[in-house]
Design a protein around this ligand. Structure first.
Ligand SMILES: [Zn+2]
Length: 110
């Protein structure tokens, strides 16, 4: 949960999307599926019980999982519900964020 909040705060600042609170989802379902995350009113939730074993295979896979999940939720702020505009916005945000991550990882370490 701490990693989720840290990554989300970093990305939200870059995306210009304010996040007020973080909270844990445990058993919310919509349309028969378990909700992995949600965003509304500046509040960002994560169901840490729904994180797949594939995502937890390594620190890198977990980082990619968090990046994709947060990109998705922050896209809702700017593009609303799931539709074609949302999909286009999600792809644009994902590309921008991936570029940001790759550039950050290429920075020299001390
Ligand atoms: Zn969504």
């Amino acid at each position: 949960m701490a990693a989720y909040e840290a990554v989300a705060r970093l990305f939200s600042k870059d995306a210009g999307v304010p996040i007020v609170n973080f909270y844990a989802l445990l058993s919310k379902s919509v349309g028969g599926g378990v909700v992995e995350s949600e965003f509304g009113g500046g509040n960002l939730g994560l169901n840490h019980l729904s994180v797949s074993k594939d995502a937890l295979a390594s620190p890198m896979t977990y980082a990619v999982y968090l990046k994709n999940l947060i990109d998705h939720e922050l896209t809702h702020y700017k593009h609303g519900k799931h539709n074609e505009e949302f999909s286009s916005g999600r792809e644009a945000m994902g590309t921008k964020r991936l570029t940001y991550c790759l550039m950050s990882s290429a920075l020299p370490r001390q």
